[in-house]
Design a protein around this ligand. Sequence first.
Ligand SMILES: [Zn+2]
Ligand SMILES: [Zn+2]
Length: 412
Amino acid sequence: MDAFSQRFVSQKFSEYYASRSNTLSSPETLGQRELAFFLFKERLMVRHRSAINLNGLRRLIEDLQPSDVYYSCAYYENPEAEMNKKGWLGADLVFDIDADHIPTKCDKIHDEWTCKTCGFCGTGAQPEKCSKCGGQKFDTKTWPCERCIDSAKDETAKLIDMLEKDFGLSERDIHIFFSGHRGYHVHVENESVRVLDSIARKEMVDYITGLGLNLSRKEKAGSDGKALSRAFNLHEFGRYGRMKRDIRRFIEGATKDYLAAAGIKGRASTGILQYRQQVLEHCIEKGLWDSVRDVGDETWFKIAAYLTNLQISVIDTVVTTDIHRLIRMNGTLHGKSGLLKIEFPVKRLTAFDPFKEAVAFKEGTVKVSVSSAPEFRIGESMYGPYRNTIVELPTAAAVLLVCKGRADVVNE
Ligand SMILES: [Zn+2]
Ligand SMILES: [Zn+2]
């Protein structure tokens, strides 16, 4: 971003906060949170600040003119003190689901990398080494792509389901936010989670990601001396109950193609499709996993591995286990997109449209010089793809391109 474009974006952000600062909404007990601000100008983080109320926060934003505003998930006695003197009182439980952690096929279309050593460039996820010079440092350009954000949405739905059904948290305690860039945040503000230490949080993360799930049971002989199936010790509760329900659902809806995707082919596949009812009643309900011909342990382990993989909620585990974590403030602008971090009701997750509801700049147009950008949507309109062109765009689209380093404002 050149200096002129930076001034332009900084000014747009300030105007937004001046005119619409009533959209700021404070987390519970704002006065006990550490506040942090990333500055446009110096590109540095100002930390260890605090405000007793929203007016105080507004004044800080006005003074500092930040590109990003953060607060601590932790509550402190002295939020402005240095780290070991803050007096930790507890922390909200936070989850970060970001498209960066989900492999999608479209990254080839919208992500770019350039080798910092030799300038060689390519599309998609950055390689480990530059194929031309062997360099390992890259400039990367990602994109808040609709399809990638939708895959993050699917993962968020799985996480919410586990928080409600397995951890017994109520919809009232769970807050969902669009992150303002490439994913979703889930915050749990509730007395019972506040005092969990990072080890307890790690246990929750392991449960959610399916780490340590042990599905095989000890081999033992039946009354006739024949070895019984080693597959599965599933009961109706918790993570194992979740697995049982998933296997049941998978078999109920199985087609030849679904089974093939899980690596089940040939006679095992035919067996499941031909004797579906028996498989459901005897294998799954009664736990007689080897009671249908050609459908043996190997098949069940394959299905379990496939479903576990699908089910793993791709959460950023570091965020959840860090009990001092700084997280983006609700109702503030994201410096990499100009979109808002915004809360919406849990039941609206499927319908939520970030490119409509998180758009901040709704007036005017700006002339920008675009280096490259994939096709994208703001509201109801599509823009791009662009390459080395000058174009006049609505402010939200222009700010997005400038923030993503894909364009500069034309200085006329
Ligand atoms: Zn290189
Ligand atoms: Zn994508």
